[in-house]
Design a protein around this ligand. Structure first.
Ligand SMILES: [Zn+2]
Length: 303
């Protein structure tokens, strides 16, 4: 734990990631994953994620659900909802990804910024998996922060192109957390939950309209809430050309989005954890460039 800050956590170098989902669900082929890791390591220290303790998962998820998934007692319908068949790596990846987010959360408490090079599995509900999401890493870390008394008011700023439905459902009625989701109106999930603040954007939304929403709607709501800790889901699936997204941001637009978030956190002294969330671009090089751009934005604001 002595590497210099900022630093990033990753589960991607663990064997479970190589054993992961079937090829049609591997949106970043092996050689591109290596390129992403190399690009990240050239910018800041990369640490291998610790596995989450089951006790931390049980703060958020139904213990019976966790026990069934741990044993592989999963129905076909549940596999369809997840998006690919169960195997032991699904569970292991969930623990590593959530462990990385919790490690990043500790970093943010101590140093102002924490980074998980993966994470952001926001479709996981209390007792069911959905949309590539088995454990809801950000909610697990949020619950840990609140239960430990580290913070009082948490912002979850979800700028992935898909609504954070699991996050919204689990945290319904939790007044110490503001959930904000900016997403494509016509994107999955088709049945949306109610976040603290939802902004559903039309197909083809570009940089200018997107950034205006951040400046004119999100920023004032966040200022009113006055969080003392924040999570940022920096989804790259807002980028034009995404296989699972319907918006049309340019790489420059995504960078401007990231700059706004990191500069806000640095300026206001709000500890921030960033997780990468979704990204399924038809051009993997564009996806990598965008991911590394998010790291550059973080380093520019906090470096
Ligand atoms: Zn997404």
């Amino acid at each position: 734990m002595t590497s210099p800050f900022p630093r990033a956590w990753t589960g991607f170098r663990r064997p479970a990631y190589q054993a992961g989902p079937p090829p049609r669900r591997q949106f970043l082929p092996r050689e591109f994953l290596e390129a992403l890791l190399a690009g990240a390591a050239a910018r800041l220290p990369l640490l291998d994620a610790p596995r989450l303790d089951w006790a931390d998962a049980e703060r958020v998820h139904d213990p019976a659900y966790l026990a069934r998934w741990r044993r592989g007692e999963v129905t076909r319908a549940e596999e369809r909802a997840l998006g690919f068949p169960w195997n032991p790596a699904v569970v292991e990846r969930g623990l590593l990804s959530s462990g990385a987010t919790l490690a990043a959360t500790r970093d943010a408490l101590a140093h102002g910024l924490g980074i998980n090079l993966g994470g952001g599995t926001h479709h996981a509900y209390r007792d069911r998996a959905e949309g590539f999401s088995f454990l809801n890493d950000v909610v697990i870390s949020t619950r840990w922060l609140l239960d430990q008394g580290h913070v009082r008011r948490v912002l979850i700023l979800d700028l992935d192109v898909h609504q954070g439905n699991g996050t919204a459902a689990i945290l319904q009625g939790e007044e110490r957390v503001l959930t904000v989701s900016v997403h494509g109106a016509n994107n999955y999930p088709f049945q949306k939950e109610r976040s603290g603040l939802d902004l559903a954007l039309p197909d083809g939304t570009g940089d200018e309209a997107y950034l205006a929403v951040l400046d004119e709607v999100i920023a004032p709501a966040v200022a009113r809430f006055r969080p003392d800790f924040a999570f940022y889901l920096a989804g790259a699936d807002v980028l034009g050309g995404d296989q699972l997204g319907r918006l049309a941001l340019t790489p420059g637009g995504v960078r401007a989005r990231d700059d706004r978030v990191f500069r806000w956190a640095a300026r206001t002294g709000t500890p921030l954890v960033t997780v990468m969330a979704g990204g399924y671009n038809r051009d993997p090089r564009k996806l990598i460039e965008t991911r590394l751009g998010t790291l550059d934005a973080a380093l520019a604001a906090f470096g």
